[in-house]
Design a protein. Structure first.
Length: 235
């Protein structure tokens, strides 16, 4: 079978999208190729050392990325299947970077028609747009960690999981026991002095100044303190 060749002229100065009129069937890969002539305002702009990037945005919103090959004054691309695995309109963007790092992009559209012979698009390997993958991870996928979140935790839900997250806490090693000294939210001492001790006040349920009591906390690091079950008056 002879190659099916789809030709197009891409002008680096054209900011529109070319309607190619191409109609490819699902599965037309391996023998189907694009041959593109590149011009700059009508003047041949072929660079044999260039490898233009080519992106196919399919009808399902996903994109397939690859590169073109320079060959005898033209740039060529052979379809592998992923680009035309979904029936519908495809937008093709070809990006060129010149020797001075200037970037130009040319766009064209073509149609992929359904293959009535039973072609299965699920058999092709598709590559989702990286941005869509991040959005799915942040908003749709379950984010579950053993011992941390239970059930379907997503995005903001994880940040607000209680009692695993506390807005007033500075350290997260133990936020489940309100009397544990490792939890900064129950310490009520400021103006810390050399040799100062803390005393547990069962009435206020606060760790206070062991000598005078009262005040608000400015202690910065209790990560090396391990007192989990204080008694009234303990220092």
């Amino acid at each position: 079978m002879a190659d099916a060749i789809y030709t197009v002229v891409l002008d680096l100065t054209d900011d529109g999208c070319i309607e190619t009129g191409w109609r490819l069937k699902q599965g037309d890969s391996g023998l189907s190729k694009i041959v593109a002539k590149v011009v700059n305002n009508g003047v041949d702009a072929f660079d044999p050392s260039a490898t233009p990037e080519i992106a196919f945005k399919r009808a399902d919103g996903n994109s397939v990325l690859s590169t073109m090959v320079a060959n005898n004054g033209y740039y060529e691309y052979t379809f592998v299947g992923n680009e035309i695995s979904v029936a519908g309109r495809v937008v093709m963007d070809v990006t060129f970077t010149d020797s001075e790092s200037r970037i130009s992009t040319c766009s064209a559209r073509f149609e992929v028609v359904e293959n009535p012979a039973g072609y299965d698009p699920e058999g092709a390997h598709t590559y989702d747009n990286p941005v869509s993958q991040l959005v799915a991870l942040a908003t749709e996928d379950s984010l579950i960690a053993e011992g941390f979140a239970v059930g379907q935790q997503r995005g903001q839900d994880v940040q607000e999981s209680s009692p695993y997250y506390h807005n007033n806490a500075k350290y997260y090693s133990d936020l489940t026991d309100p009397t544990a000294l490792r939890n900064m939210s129950d310490v009520d001492v400021e103006d810390v002095q050399n040799g100062q001790v803390l005393k547990w006040n069962a009435t206020t349920e606060k760790w206070e100044n062991g000598t005078g009591g009262g005040g608000a906390s400015s202690l910065d690091d209790l990560s090396d303190v391990e007192i989990d079950t204080p008694s009234n008056g303990q220092v």
